[in-house]
Design a protein around this ligand. Structure first.
Ligand code: M6R
Length: 612
């Protein structure tokens, strides 16, 4: 996933573009570049590495008057898919004449074919990218009207794209198009912006137009003209962004990840707001659009997602089976889409995604719809592809998540899945009394999370004793097994510690051979029906010299084998998954901080996978 920003208007484009790139850097940070339209033509600068390197280059190579003169431009921050992160592969790319430049998110699948044809005509490619094939093709079709040339080229490409294009021949015009990769237009006073993410726009305007697949827009300082690929005009409404500019700032925290961890009492509160019916012990999820009758009729709930969202689904699986006695399962979205899944109209398929743009999850949605299943989204980003394609579901209301490592989205997803399980349960077999008790427990979540956050210093001290180790295990059983997987994922992605999440009982079936004296083993040993078993598993690790870090219920029995203890407040074992996850997020954060890792932008990662 990469980031796109474009600007046309009364202000100098360069500072706006660099500011937008900084906001988008979490989407990819291998290399960056920008093109500015000036009286003499197009000027491009590109740099390997972070946006700061590009900004240094602009300062060193462009005089101030040049910067001030460019009022239209496009820019890109890259997460490499085709070709290494080099300056030659960085965007913007150019057509053969040098008079058209393009930035692109996504993948042009038939680029080899296009490239071969263009090379046969004499084109000499300057990069290894799929993108260059597209811009050169646009150049081939260009007869003076940029949008027409873009449409002609797009009709010949296969794959996914969000693009922004400039031509030296059309000053003050940016042409943008999308298919499978998000693009949004910001409509300001005497200026317009385009971006792959509204986070880059909110400092300039709150009025936005979300493009749909197949849209092509010609954007000037004071007009947005949208057509489809057949040149038929399209009307899209202007929407208002609901989050503040501050939501995409660090707000005094050292990292976005830490800020987002600390936001969780509020974000989980937002996910629950207006959705808990404490009197009837149920949940109100109008976005699901399911009647009580429909809930009874579903034979199965199948959840699909990737990474952290997959782990949230695994917690949901336990909650749905325990509370609603419905067959529930979770599948990696990338697997679901290719395995010819056995779903039909009696199944509910729930697509779980923070971004709402993950390619595999979106493809799973399409596959499930083709098979006739009822499909819902459990999504954070409003108006995202999955939200739109599912048409119904539940938003997380967690606000923009900038850190590549997902935190507040996970707890929001689990909170909503608990609500879903409660609603299903009350529609099926859960008693009013149990429903009320559980609803009351779920309502405590913001306070439960606050209690974990209050132990930040104690968790940092545990992290200090862990930070020197390059390997770690995370163990859990029942709904804490996915929390263990998530804790391990957090640690490995931001601290580069090799961490394995395991079912506590599975350890002795092989991986226990890896235990060495002093190796940290984080054991989720909260109050639960299987606590004794978990403690037994912890003993097995301790007996082999491992260092046991136990996540325990405050006020619960002492855990004799624990070298370190992290306390979570006493609560229902399903609900406890959320405070436990928050504790592990803090643990991973502090280990990464002590190891001096680039926490918000870990190597090789980007915020979400819009390519397979
Ligand atoms: O936006 P999504 O929830 O669909 O993204 C899914 C995964 O790519 C994401 O959760 C990833 O695993 C995170 N880096 C985990 O922190």
């Amino acid at each position: 996933m990469c980031g796109i920003i474009g600007y046309v208007g009364r202000n100098a484009a360069t500072p706006v573009l660099l500011g937008g790139l900084r906001r988008l850097e979490y989407r990819g940070y291998d290399s960056a570049g920008l093109t500015i339209q000036q009286a003499g033509g197009l000027r491009t600068l590109r740099a390997v590495g972070k946006v700061a390197r590009l900004a240094d280059k602009v300062r060193a190579e462009w005089v101030e008057a040049e910067v001030a003169a460019g009022h239209a431009g496009i820019a890109h921050t890259r997460w490499a898919t085709h070709g290494a992160p080099t300056e030659a592969n960085a965007h913007p790319h150019s057509d053969a004449t040098g008079r058209i430049r393009l930035v692109h998110n996504g993948i042009i699948e038939n680029y080899r074919h296009i490239r071969a044809k263009l090379e046969a005509k004499g084109h000499v490619f300057a990069s290894e990218t799929d993108t260059e094939a597209l811009v050169r093709l646009i150049g081939e079709y260009h007869k003076g009207d940029l949008r027409q040339a873009v449409i002609a080229a797009l009709r010949r490409v296969e794959g996914a794209y969000g693009i922004a294009v400039l031509s030296a021949a059309e000053p003050g015009v940016i042409v943008v198009a999308r298919k499978g990769s998000p693009l949004v237009i910001g409509v300001g006073e005497g200026e317009c912006l385009v971006a792959s993410d509204p986070a880059a726009l909110v400092a300039h305007t709150r009025r936005v137009i979300y493009l749909d697949d197949g849209d092509v827009a010609r954007v000037t300082a004071d007009s947005v003209d949208i057509t489809d690929l057949d040149h038929a005009p399209i009307d899209r409404e202007i929407a208002e962004l609901t989050f503040e500019a501050g939501a995409v700032e660090k707000g005094g925290h050292a990292h976005f990840m830490l800020k987002e961890i600390h936001e969780q009492p509020e974000t989980v509160g937002n996910a629950l707001r207006g959705r808990l019916d404490l009197v009837n012990g149920t949940a109100v999820l109008s976005g699901m659009g399911a009647t009580a009758r429909e809930l009874l009729d579903f034979q199965r709930v199948v959840m699909v997602g990737c990474g952290t969202s997959l782990h949230a689904g695994m917690v949901g699986e336990f909650a749905l089976e325990e509370l609603a006695a419905i067959h529930a399962e979770v599948q990696p979205a990338a697997e679901f889409r290719y395995r010819n899944p056995l779903v039909d109209g009696r199944d509910l398929v729930v697509a779980i995604s923070q971004s709402g743009e993950t390619a595999d999850t979106l493809a799973a949605v399409r596959e499930a719809k083709d098979k006739g299943a009822v499909v819902m989204g459990l999504v954070n980003v409003v108006g995202s592809a999955i939200a739109r394609e599912t048409g119904r579901g539940v938003y997380l209301h967690a606000g923009p998540e900038i850190s590549v490592a997902s935190t507040k989205a996970f707890t929001g997803q689990v909170a909503v899945l608990l609500l879903m399980a409660l609603k299903f349960g009350r529609g099926r077999r859960l008693s009013g009394e149990r429903g009320q008790a559980l609803a009351a427990e779920i309502a405590r979540l913001p306070k439960l999370i606050e209690a974990v956050l209050a132990q930040d210093a104690a968790i940092a001290a545990v992290a200090a004793r862990m930070a020197g180790h390059d390997h770690a295990f995370f163990l859990g059983r029942g709904p804490m097994h996915p929390v263990a997987l998530e804790g391990a994922l957090k640690l490995k992605e931001i601290s580069y510690v090799h961490a394995e999440g395991y079912h506590a009982a599975e350890l002795k079936h092989g991986p226990i051979a890896l235990l060495t004296p002093g190796m940290p083993v984080v054991v989720l040993a909260n109050r639960s029906p299987v606590l004794d078993k978990v403690l037994g598993n912890a003993e097995e690790c301790r007996a082999r010299g491992a260092r046991v870090i136990a996540v325990v219920t405050d006020g619960g029995p002492p855990v004799a084998v624990a070298d370190d203890v992290i306390r979570i407040p006493d609560c229902d074992p399903l609900v406890a998954t959320i405070p436990a996850a928050v504790a592990l997020q803090l643990l991973a954060y502090h280990v990464a901080r002590l190891r001096d890792c680039p926490i918000d932008q870990p190597r090789n990662l980007a915020k979400s996978g819009t390519v397979e």
